[in-house]
Design a protein. Structure first.
Length: 140
């Protein structure tokens, strides 16, 4: 299981958004149905469908509201629990001693020493390019 930040967690955002949607939809259904029932009962034009079916819709809307509230509390609890878990500390890296690098640059060989080293390195390659003596071939 990856230890990601809660802000970047897709399941957390799904829980939060769907809880808010459930809460909003349930509140809308409940208030709408209670409004219809109240209006028709006060007018005296209420039918059995509006009264009895309206009660079922209010119960359904109340369940959605309850589910949304529980989801919001769970999201809040997850955020609080995540805040209590200590973060992993980054490893401490030693600081670079830049003065030591400057001292190495001062101790570098001069150009004459480098030229002498280059000449000695190319000398064996020049020997390999010369044609072999016939005596050395016969001795083999």
């Amino acid at each position: 299981m990856k230890n990601t930040a809660l802000i970047r967690s897709i399941p957390y955002w799904l829980l939060l958004v769907l809880s808010l949607a459930s809460l909003g939809l349930g509140a809308w259904i409940t208030t709408d149905q209670i409004g219809v029932m109240t209006t028709t009962l006060l007018d005296g034009t209420a039918t059995g469908v509006e009264v009895y079916a309206g009660q079922a819709w209010v119960v359904f809307g109340g369940a959605l509201v309850a589910g949304g509230i529980i989801g919001l509390f769970l999201a809040l609890a997850l955020a609080a629990a995540k805040a209590l878990i200590p973060r992993a500390t980054a490893p401490v890296i030693e600081a670079i001693d830049w003065t030591a690098a400057d001292a190495d640059d001062d101790a570098s060989p001069n150009a004459d020493e480098l030229a002498a080293a280059d000449d000695s390195a190319t000398a064996p390659a020049q020997d390999a390019e010369r044609p072999a003596d016939s005596d050395s071939v016969a001795a083999r």
